[in-house]
Design a protein around this ligand. Sequence first.
Ligand SMILES: NC(=O)C1=CN([C@@H]2O[C@H](COP(=O)(O)OP(=O)(O)OC[C@H]3O[C@@H](n4cnc5c(N)ncnc54)[C@H](OP(=O)(O)O)[C@@H]3O)[C@@H](O)[C@H]2O)[C@@H](O)CC1
Ligand SMILES: [K+]
Length: 512
Amino acid sequence: MRIVTGEEMASVEAITMNKIGLPGVVLMENAGREIARKLIEQYGDKRYLIVIGAGNNGGDGFAVARMLMEQGITVMTCIIPDESRFVGDAKQHKRIYEQSGYRWKYWHDIEHEWLEMLCDLDVIVDAMIGTGIKGALKDPYPAIIKKLNRSQKEIVSIDLPSGVPADETAIAHEAVYAAKTYSLQLMKLSYFLEATKPFYGEMEVLPIGVPPATFKHLEKQRCVWGEEEVFHSWFTSSSFAHKGNNGRVGIIAGNDNMPGAASLVTTAAVQSGAGLLTVGTTRPVIQAIATHVKEAMFTTLSANQEGLLAPTEKELFAFYENKTVVTIGPGVGRGEHVKDMVLHAITHFNGPLILDADALRVVADCLDSIRKRKEPLIITPHPGEMGMLTGYEVEQIKQRRFEIAEAFARENGIYVVLKGPHTIVAMPDGFLTVNMSGNEGLAKGGSGDVLTGMITALVTRQKTQVALSTSVYLHGYAADLYKKEGWSTESITPSHLIAKLPDAFKVVTSKS
Ligand SMILES: NC(=O)C1=CN([C@@H]2O[C@H](COP(=O)(O)OP(=O)(O)OC[C@H]3O[C@@H](n4cnc5c(N)ncnc54)[C@H](OP(=O)(O)O)[C@@H]3O)[C@@H](O)[C@H]2O)[C@@H](O)CC1
Ligand SMILES: [K+]
């Protein structure tokens, strides 16, 4: 499923109409039929108020109103702008509605009886503004939206909650708080942003007949990564595979005061199918974790007086030998020692390199070397770490996460796993996937270490894009499984996630 901005949606609709020859009025008819069907399925023959704006979103509203009325359902249809403002497909659907014998009223004529009206209706359908919103909300919409939001009625928005842009534009005005949003054909970007997702309520995508052939014209390719994508992209390893086929994994993690991070990343990698795993860390960390990570091998790396890893060049070269992937970061601590280690791996390790946690703090200083790298480089920042890398404030990262992740991945030729609700994976060619699993239970220290372990294990066995997107999905899915079992999200710990990985991996194995 693609994720688009308003302009991109308009472009695929234009191709559908102008090149493929499917008229806009037909798409609008399809939208109306699908939404009316859903409304009846959801609310039965409740009483509806349909609030209509002058654009094509309003045209959808007329189609929905007609189809509900054809079923004998009670509908009050009211339009906000002057009727002369309707043009094109919306005007055509207004005409079809009128010619079918149905009536509408002006909002300003019924507004004074709003409170009495409320007693006579159950569901408000918001067909005021969709993807065509531009700039700050103009009168009379802010006042109307305020009224609708305060009505305590169920509001169902068509395509977008009115007032919410489809893209990453920040809003400082009123917007409809929908209980449900029926997005047409494709998902809109703003659904995946912390500031605008709450307006959508429950979101469902309804098909309106835009042919998939139009999607290849989209310049920016963004896709959701859910169960279907995980299942269909998974490459099953041969039954003749031996441990060497499943990756010779090297993880540099931990310091004397943080053995836990090393333990989590390693256990998660083991539980995700890493073939041969070597952990490079300090002697005290090895002593602390070796007994409970039995499958791992250990290499002692030099540490400084503070117990932080400070491996020599010789140790690092020896560590890279025969490794198909190297991960550096969880629990290594902060300081110059990290930069030396990371820069060395960027320059001298010839395989996929994953940088996480403390290693991310030095990435901004290594970008020249990173751009010269040939093998995949993967970084896994949360918004704060992404802010350090790019110079943006955390709030800017959250608001423009698609744009910033994509630009950073493209400019530096790397893979960016920008964590958060709906984690984004940005590929060096600009392709993005957006994760559909996970819950608040993941917002805990150590959860990122588990994800990094999973990525480390999968990256040598799947295409990089698939390994990253699927690791993110299964990591979130493990948390979702607990929630389904009735656990409170407070109680889900990173160790629980690891324990649930066998069940989470069934998504990719049970159907294949
Ligand atoms: N045939 C098709 O193309 C299909 C399109 N489809 C549907 O069309 C939608 C896109 O339609 P669209 O492009 O006509 O824009 P739309 O969302 O109705 O908004 C325009 C209206 O909003 C108003 N408005 C804008 N900004 C405003 C502001 N700041 N403050 C106040 N008002 C503002 C603007 O008024 P104006 O600024 O012109 O005064 C105008 O009246 C899409 O979401 C989907 O539902 C589907 O049916 C499939 C077929
Ligand atoms: K709307």
